[in-house]
Design a protein around this ligand. Structure first.
Ligand SMILES: NC(=O)c1ccc[n+]([C@@H]2O[C@H](COP(=O)([O-])OP(=O)(O)OC[C@H]3O[C@@H](n4cnc5c(N)ncnc54)[C@H](O)[C@@H]3O)[C@@H](O)[C@H]2O)c1
Length: 252
């Protein structure tokens, strides 16, 4: 497989290593200094591109790949307000797009457990307070994490007492987060607490609590290699494909 890596940061470097280990060619690497090379000439002959950049740059990069007929694995989070627009473009162009808010197998199993647990809690009629907490390194540009949003959506789908998520990001310079004053919280708000500390690659917790007990689903990324491996497997899956895919398609 002849690949392009767009975004040569923490994820891009990890992905490069795994691509090479698995016998794939890394024919093009794009980062901030050579963005002009993301063009028809450089993309010619590329089987799949993997995009891990920033919320502000992902959409244009993905669109460029699709416009030039290159299927793309999208990992950047924090740009999904334009996801529908990109899906429409991809369909018009008969392109290939794979998106996952998290490429680790464990997190994708957690997504399924999370939906099932919300369904069970709903049917049990039990009164729990539910809250999500995500912890990431301090360079992360978006909050809440894409993974926490997917978890929240899984809960909102099944738990009728919650109507929308709200984010608490008691932090510094994040590009985009929604904040609601604590006193304005209602029972219908599902709180996602975002914590930014140290070098943490990613911790996600879903907590159901009442006065007497606490039930916790928790996933910890020990090394971002697991994320990069998932993205490379998604790229292998996308080679020669058209259409829009997710981890559910890959896991099936
Ligand atoms: N879906 C997942 O499983 C998953 C896993 C880890 C990280 N992420 C997301 O992937 C993104 C990247 O994460 P990271 O940890 O590698 O970040 P990073 O900051 O280490 O790397 C981002 C890189 O993108 C480069 N860049 C910026 N603008 C660019 C442009 N226009 N074209 C090409 N490159 C550009 C930067 O110079 C940097 O090298 C983030 O949004 C993060 O949240 C997703």
């Amino acid at each position: 497989m002849k690949t392009a890596i767009i975004g040569y940061g923490k994820m891009g470097r990890e992905i490069e290593q795994i691509l090479r280990e698995r016998g794939h060619e890394v024919a093009l690497i794009i980062d901030q200094h050579n963005t002009a090379e993301l063009d028809a000439a450089h993309l010619a002959g590329i089987d799949v591109a993997l995009e891990f950049t920033t919320p502000a740059t992902a959409y244009d990069n993905l669109r460029t790949c699709i416009a030039h007929g290159v299927p793309v694995v999208s990992g950047t989070t924090g740009w999904l307000d334009r996801f529908e627009e990109l899906k429409t473009f991809c369909q018009e162009q008969q392109g290939g797009l794979f998106y996952a808010s998290n490429y680790s197998l464990g997190v994708n199993l957690l997504f399924r457990l999370n939906r099932r647990l919300a369904e069970l809690v709903e049917h049990s009629g039990a009164a729990y307070q539910v809250e999500i907490e995500e912890v990431h390194h301090t360079q992360k540009k978006d909050a809440p994490s894409g993974t926490a949003i997917t978890l929240a959506e899984g809960i909102l789908e099944h738990l009728s007492s919650k109507k929308q998520w709200v984010n608490f990001a008691p932090i510094f310079d994040v590009a985009a987060y929604q904040e609601k004053p604590r006193h304005a919280l209602t029972e219908e708000d599902l709180v996602i607490r975002s914590v930014r500390e140290g070098m943490v690659p990613g911790i996600h917790e879903v907590r159901y609590e009442n006065e007497d007990e606490s039930l916790v689903l928790k996933h910890t990324i020990k090394h971002r290699r697991t994320l990069a491996m998932g993205a490379v497997i998604a790229a292998e899956f996308m080679c020669g494909k058209q259409g829009i895919y997710s981890m559910d398609d890959l896991l099936q």
